[in-house]
Design a protein around this ligand. Sequence first.
Ligand code: PLP
Length: 403
Amino acid sequence: MNDKEITDIENRFMANVFSKRPVVLTRGKGALVWDINGKEYLDCATSYGVALLGHCHPKVVAAIRAQAEQLITCHGCYYNDKRAEFIQKLVEITPKGLDKAFLSNSGAESVECAIKLARKYTGKPEIISLMGAFHGKTMGALSATWDKKYREPFMPLVPEFRHVAPDNAEKIREVITEKTAAVLMEPIRGEGGVRVPPDGYLQEVRQICDEKGVLLILDEVQTSFGRTGKLFGCQNWDVTPDVMCLAKPFAGGLPIGITVAKENIMSTLKVGEHSTTFSGSPLVCAAGCAAIDALVEEKLADRAAEIGKYFKAQLEGVQTKHKIIKEVRGLGLMLGMELRFDVHNIILKSQAKGVLVLDAGRNVVRLLPPLVIEKEQIDRAVSILDKVLEEEENERASSTVPN
Ligand SMILES: Cc1ncc(COP(=O)(O)O)c(C=O)c1O
């Protein structure tokens, strides 16, 4: 099939729920992907933060190959060697005290489990989340998500969810009542615009939750696995939640969701109260073991901290040249560039010139490169973005489009 045939088939037979980019990707290695015609792209999108180890990491590929010959699926009601190995590796790296996990298949599912867990453990219904938050699109996760474009078509959502303004812990204190089970939040809001909270905020929220006897659930679906320069985003502020939601990169690119909690909290879920058919399949767990090994052995969180500073500094350099950039922000290799207008065109133009980036809301270009990205590749990505922004600035200057 050629690119036109592939595009036609997907458009005809797949639900039209993705804002499609005009490219057919067929191959990837490290920080690079190639389209069906052999054109190379620098991948600063990593499938929305999945390919943190880069594409087709050799350890992950070898583990999948070997496990595929052994056993691919094995329901959670049976024991399995790879599942045991994975869960042991996982709890070795999770913050102290978070050592009992439920395995699922996606970020939204990891949030669903956390919501059920909070209600079951506390016997209370209410969940507080933040304005600007994104937690996924299943009904429970969607109820915690903020943007009305995702929510409104599906009302009524799950009851007893409240949103409060972010970055001000007192706002959380004000709304906690006798009915509150948990505060659910991302350490850094990703989809909400790559918003790093002010120092002290997360510690204060932790303290308020402790004072009020409310659980703190951190959605680390986008901020974990070394992305922010620490294995888990919360470690940037030395905060440990009661429950943590993980997903995207933890199985080297295969689908996974993980809800990890303190033992006494997770143990309130009894047999049959929560499950999913694919929970901890051997193939996914084998890939997950290899992914965690690569993360730890290659010291990729430290690498993200160091090279992320370099990437951010380069983007700040670009900012000094273009008035259309309002702010550059982020931590580690989770970076955002806020523009003064809608970024859709910038994303398409960057792609045409060979670099894949994401949006985060209407006017933020989000960069989620793999932790293995090289300095030379960062320079290349920055130079392409610089050119795209220059062209956009010139076009806007010579037209009536407002800046
Ligand atoms: C913070 C956060 N939580 C939850 C999700 C939902 O994950 P999934 O798309 O795997 O359901 C996402 C997805 O981008 C996310 O960024």
